[in-house]
Design a protein. Sequence first.
Lengths: 583, 380, 419
Amino acid sequence: MSTATRLAPRTPMTGSTGSRWKRSAHHGAGRYLIVGVVIIIVAYLAAVPVLYLIGGTFTDDAGAFSLGGFARAFSPEAGAGAMMLNSLTFAVGSAAIALVIGTALAYVQVRTDTPGKPLLFAASMVPLIIPGVLYAIAWIFLADAKVGLLNTFLFHPLGTPTHVYGLGGMIVIEGLHNAPLGFLFMVGAFQGMDPSLEESASMSGARGPAVLRRITLPLVRPGLVAAGLLLFVRALSDFEIPSILGLHDGVYVFTSRIYFELRQYPIDYGSAGAYSLCLLLIAGAGVGISTLLNRNARAYQTISGKAFRPRPVSLGKARYWVSAGIVLYFIVAVVLPLLALVYASLLNYFQPFSAGALSQMSLDNYAKIFSTSAMGNAFKNSFITAIVTATAIILLSAVAAWFTVRTKVRGRRIIDVLTFLPLVIPGLVLGVALLFLYLRIPLPIYGTMLILIIAFCTLALPFGMQYATSAMRQISNELEESAEVSGAGWFTMFRRILLPLASGGLVAGWIYIAIVTFRELSAAILVYSPGNEVASVLIWEQYENGSFMALAAIGVVMVFVLAILVIVTQRISSRFGLQREIS
Amino acid sequence: MVPETTNRNRRRISRLAAGGAGVVLSVALAGCGAPNAAPAGSADANSALKQINALPADQQRDKAIELAKSEGSLTLYTEVADDVSHAMAQAFQDKYGITVNVYRASAETVEQRVQQESSAGRLGGDVLVLGDGEITDVANEPGVLQNYTGPGVEDLGDAAVFDGWSAVSGYLYVPVWSTDRISSGQEPTSWEDLADPRFDGKMVIEESDSNWYGALTEYWLEQGKSQSDIDALWQKIVDGSVVGSGHSAIMQLLAAGSEGIAAMNYDYIAAGQIDKGAPLSFTSEDGSIGVHAFIYPVGVGLFSQAKNPAAAWLFADWLMGDGQKFLTDAHLLSAHQVGGDEPIEGVETSIIPKDVIADGTKWADAFDSLLRKAPKAPEK
Amino acid sequence: MATETAKPTSSILEVSGLGKAYGRVPRGRSASAGADPTATASIAVASARRNGRSAETPLAVQDVSFALEPGEFFTLLGPSGCGKTTTLRCIAGLETPTTGRVAVGDRTLYDADQRINVPASDRRLGMVFQSYAIWPHMSVFKNASFPLEVMPRRERPAKAEIARRVREALRATELTAFEKRSATAMSGGQQQRLALARGLVINPQLLLLDEPLSNLDAKLRDTMRFELKRLQHEYGITMVYVTHDQTEALTLSSRIAVMNKGRIVQIGGPREIYESPRSRFVADFVGVTTFLDGTIGSMTGQELLLTVPGFGPVVVRGNGIPSSLPLTQDAPLSASVRPEWVTLSEGHSDSGPNRWDGMVVARAFVGESVEHVVRVGDVELRNRSNPAQSIPEGTPVQVTVDPARIAVVPTADDDTREN
């Protein structure tokens, strides 16, 4: 019968003020110690590679300052202009594709009443599981102009063969591959939208498309921009797809160019560093623009303190078209590449689908890879690194996010920027930096799995922070304060209030980091040592070895394992999510 | 709202941040410093090898076995294909009971790793088996690599002995084609034949084959062709071809029928695929090879900073003996074939000239420009 | 069950037989609704009907019918989960019922049997949401002009006309000064008025309001109540209002429908609902009351005698006795006694019915009144007195209640589940 009233203003606790101050100071020390340690770790992880990069770029072999790196990198013969143009076209194009697909899927997932939602979620995430090298090769199997399966089945008879190599293929394949990233991000944006904003538009007379155009999209614009930026930088930093699909036609982007520089003898760090710094600058510019555009983002935060459930938009007749579209996407982005991999894994050498090919199918490749202990070992290492990295980074990010979101200490912006840095460092360059660093320091890091974990942690940091800060932002201050008033110290409050409340976002972040770490390659290539291989390195070795069929077999196993991992973690996290709803 | 930040705590944070920055900076600077001096390990390595080398040839092996067994393990850095290198590792392990760890990566990657590790004094490998171009680079660095001089190379032809390493195997540079797309009788009969228009639109050139470019150019020069003739020949070869990356990858494309002929590829890869039934060939019907094939040696060297020098010596020794079988089974050449004391049937060969390897960068740049200027073949 | 038969079509809103199940709409029914968890209903599954029928799908709304005359202020009142918001959203078209019919004026908006379901965007109704739903990326003006701007081209007024009507709506809600402001720079009360302006700008036949005042603080709520009343008189617009606050319902409405567990329990004017509740639930939910549970001792025409164990005889007279109740000897029945009709006197008089001896056990000064809790026998009665009468605890008093001011309700409501 009574309605909720504002909280009464806080009354000071009774009891001697002296003891209260003492307790607060004691807890204050604990809190800042933890935060301080975390800040140091973050700064270390993020800053050292960049410092190394700058150092290595501007010094020559003798250690003296030199601009030779830039001179060589941007000399006329180097063809840097074309390379940068390719990079930008590639990044923008694939980001656009990934954003459109990801947003559409996210909207359908979160805001409509399409049936089969769990399936849709899984389907949208699956391309994430497949390492870039596998995805690119699968698409070569599918779409190579002469022997691609799609061409021999479909397009040759139609007279319009597809080309998978070159800029066009790179953009499309990268876009398909990164769509899950866009999807994940936009799901968060759509979930954070108060559905009554769209309902009131309906009530005001706007039909479906008008609501989408005038209300929904403008409201998620900050999310769109942020996601687009993330995808742009991601594509810029990607190595596997552009190198596998681009070099065939001589199309270089920053990352493949850097890899090329790193394979020369003697290694031209200056030149590689020059390209890397250039890449960093472009990515940084992208961030700057996005921040400018997002100045009003806070005002758009639409989640009130009350819990609510987004009401689905009824699609009516359009539902069938939407479902068909989703199925089509799933087939193109997931089923076809996987089928191609399975097909190839059963052959001794690649050939177009034919009766002859059928008769030659066998499980030889699988027998071969299972007979060596290398694969079991590699997968074990992949699991270990993925789990350790995800857990460490999520915990680290939770504390760091609390620091940047909740406190008003000056300089917390620096942490924000620092954690963003690894995003713009290509995995390859990071590998070089870490290698160089840990070969010099007399710590037992090089030659162990630790160096791999450090590399993966560094790369995962921006994503952990992203998930953690968005999870923290959604928790009202009052929830934290009521714990404080109840007498909980900072650590207790963090552990028992903030972490559980943020658990939805943190668990999602954990899953994402674990998956991405599992498939991470370019950072691992240079820093692994025998016995410490991870599965992705194994796959790359096969690629360099030219054993495409064995590669396909390992790839199939890897996707299978990852799929199970995702399903299991999804089950666990949905129980988390439910627990939060019952409040 | 926010837990009150007293001035004291603010200062605490600032101090922490400053301290943290200091730590980070000093670590970073430490990393950028000059490379360490030669590490302690090398002293032991040299002494073990000195011991072995001091003995007369027939006693060296036993001494090596004794020392190697006490070392107990061995790390091999190599570019040789996975199945071959693992098979060899297993066989060596079975014979001597010494655990073998294999680090297998592409030649450039192995070379880069060696470079990194040795300049930091943290070398992880004991023995190196690597192709000519890369192993020469490694050997050129002072104090990194030394040759195996045991009984296994006693009767090895001089051509197979290099500075700091010896050839333990090798393979041939030959054109390889798809039998589905190049019918019998249409195969190239010489390198010049590649310029023939019948291969236009069917040929793929591997982008990093500058060794071949250099060796063939010099060969033609020796044959009396003028530089302008040679340039014209190369231009015709490149015209109507596409550029590919990776010899194995190209082999897959050939086998699938996506391309018709690789201007140059490795015979052992082709032979392996043919074993699996791929429609490929690099010989004419009678089994002979028309072109003047170039031999690319694959060498073995011992790391001076090795932790297990005696085991390394033993492995190199084994490679020259029992190990050869694994290599020849994989269609690679034997050490003696590279050395010249054993003939290679059905083909005229010569080893890639040392100066081509030594001038690697120059040839790489020249080859790169040649390929870039090439007009792209129309996509089909 | 208290329902009203549909009146002939002078009514502006006619709802008949509205029903809606939780969860998925069964196949073959009206247009797609999909999974639809209602915001205010709890997830707990209700137990099966107690009168022996097999368990049915729990219903969020069941058998809801009413008809409104133009200009009415009609309130759906009830606790959380009673179905009032669901009913409102069914009228709005934001949710699809499973059975029933909704008509506004001479337009049928929904008819289950005839498979009619007009989408929300075509219903031309105004709606004010609980969270106001003001679009943050638009200015105040743009928020208010939106409904006019999205009209189909042939019906859309000219720009100048739109501006005029928007300004008119802003004037009515006293937001003229904020016209150019960004919608995010407004306080809660201002946002709410903007939501009102937006709802009114198309001159709809109906304005639907979903607990619009619940997010405001007490003082503002008070002010806004009068604002709403004033607006309604100025525009003469029919309002359908949803709230769980009975003070709002009583002050604002011309008629109230009290809802519980998906059904309408009673419809009537505020005074009728308050003074003549026809069920225990209504008596308890609206206002404060004390129940005296007893059995019928005797009945004579307009007078009823209740025997309440542990208390004493209670006489009830007049129109507090509804004819619909089973009035047999010894049947259980309850008296509902409002605190404002419980009179206390420190003196003792024997004349007249309904006098009991008791003792004050608690007293509270509320500002505009003093409330006492008086113990009589086993029962504690609530009393509200003029502040001049403030009786300390422990004082013996005589309690009197005018027999004409007692309502009689069943001891237990005959719907399936206990409160």
